[in-house]
Design a protein around this ligand. Structure first.
Ligand code: NAI
Ligand code: MG
Length: 367
């Protein structure tokens, strides 16, 4: 099978992390007949430097034609002064918009080897495996009107509008239920129906979607503020959490801190299935940014990027065995004590970005 990947390494540590994924792709092609066909493009500051845009039309075309996009990170002080429309982040926003990536998947996993050195209680986080499914293209970040109005009496009024239509809630709920079936079969939906109309509709549509197509999945509802509390108090009660854009932004950052470093956190953004092929558009990226403070030193943690590639194997190519094996390889090198600087603790052995990547490739081969 041919599997078309577009690699957009971007800026700062993006290319350093992507290089480690490229090693894996090469080995999977050579030894496992994976059939990946990769192209590389420019995004962010790198694209701006080359042609004055945060992503070129040609690379956008490649992204639309690919089965999946692997994205590194964009931005950095070098581009602080560039015009707003072509700032590095504009590249990512254009990709999200044109690929219609409405579902953002943020796993919070605590690797056993890191549970011991967690600043949180070990029994709280050991074995943690949550998936937060955040609606990404609607809600208060995009709703109109969105403005600051001058009231003329020395006062201004800021207006943001939370808007959700039935179809937007249905499709994100569908993603959450489908993912739950591949996991522990539990979904918790979070909103605030007690004070928000969008919460009332959210709860109603999630329940109706559940009834109609996913009654085999266990569904619970929780108010989003209580959900935040429960995430910190007893995170292991959750399997899949589905929530809107704003609550998802906050709750996924809270969940992230249960698991340790930013350098460990992967994400996926999925679009609607193509009616003809059933394939979803998808982009995979680490949660972290371009980390200008450590770029070019060979010390960045490549695990977030590599784990994002594992999500790509799982969700875009249905390569479940390979995804499990890659995640197992990450867990195994951590078990062996290998650490990049950001996750270094007593008894760990500090290694470079490249050494960490190579060790994961070797484990992948051996497992
Ligand atoms: P950041 O995530 O780049 O870095 C925050 C801190 O975490 C830094 O101290 C960094 O060294 C550390 N860190 C991040 N990833 C790491 C890794 N893989 N290994 C080891 N340490 C790691 O966030 P920050 O500093 O707020 O933003 C830096 C630039 O990145 C800005 O230009 C920002 O706009 C951009 N950014 C881009 C994102 C993206 O491309 N999706 C997301 C977040 C920020
Ligand atoms: Mg955030």
């Amino acid at each position: 099978a041919t599997r078309k990947l577009l690699l957009l390494p971007g800026d700062g540590i993006g290319p350093e992390a992507m290089a480690e994924v490229s090693k894996l792709i090469a080995v999977m092609n050579a030894e496992f007949d994976a059939g990946f066909e990769t192209e590389s493009g420019l995004v962010g500051g790198a694209a701006y430097d080359a042609h004055g845009q945060a992503i070129s039309d040609a690379d956008m075309e490649r992204a639309l034609a690919a089965d999946a996009v692997l994205f590194g990170a964009v931005g950095g002080p070098k581009w602080d002064g560039v015009p707003y429309e072509v700032r590095p982040e504009a590249g990512l926003l254009r990709l999200r918009k044109e690929l219609e990536l409405f579902a953002n998947l943020r796993p919070a996993i605590c690797y056993p080897a890191l549970a011991a050195s967690s600043s949180l209680k070990k029994e709280l986080v050991e074995g943690l495996d949550i998936l937060i499914v955040r609606e990404l293209t609607g809600g208060v970040y995009f709703g109109e009107p969105k403005e600051i109005v001058d009231l003329g009496n020395g006062q201004k009024r800021a207006v943001d509008t939370q808007v959700y239509d039935t179809f937007e809630i249905e499709r994100i709920a569908g993603v959450a239920f489908e993912l739950a079936r591949t996991r522990r079969n539990k979904v918790c939906s979070m909103e605030k129906h007690n004070v928000m109309k969008s919460g009332v509709l959210w709860k109603e549509v999630v329940a109706a979607t559940h009834q109609a197509k996913y009654a085999d999945v266990e569904l619970t509802h929780m108010l989003a503020d209580a959900g935040g509390m429960q995430l910190v108090r007893q995170p292991k009660q959750f399997d899949v959490i589905v929530t809107d854009n704003l609550f998802g932004d906050m709750l996924s950052d809270v969940a992230a801190m249960l698991t340790g470093s930013l350098g460990m956190l992967p994400s996926a953004s999925l679009g609607a299935p193509d009616p003809a092929t059933g394939k979803r558009r998808a982009l995979y990226e680490p949660v972290h940014g371009s980390a200008p403070d450590i770029a070019g030193q060979g010390i960045a943690n490549p695990i977030a990027m590599i784990a994002s590639f594992a999500m790509c194997l799982r969700y875009s190519f249905n390569m479940i065995e390979e995804a499990d094996r890659l995640e197992g390889a990450i867990a195994a090198v951590l078990e062996d004590g290998l650490r990049t600087r950001d996750i270094l603790s007593e008894g760990g052995r500090e290694v470079s970005t490249s050494a960490m990547g190579s060790a994961i490739v070797e484990k992948f081969r051996a497992l």
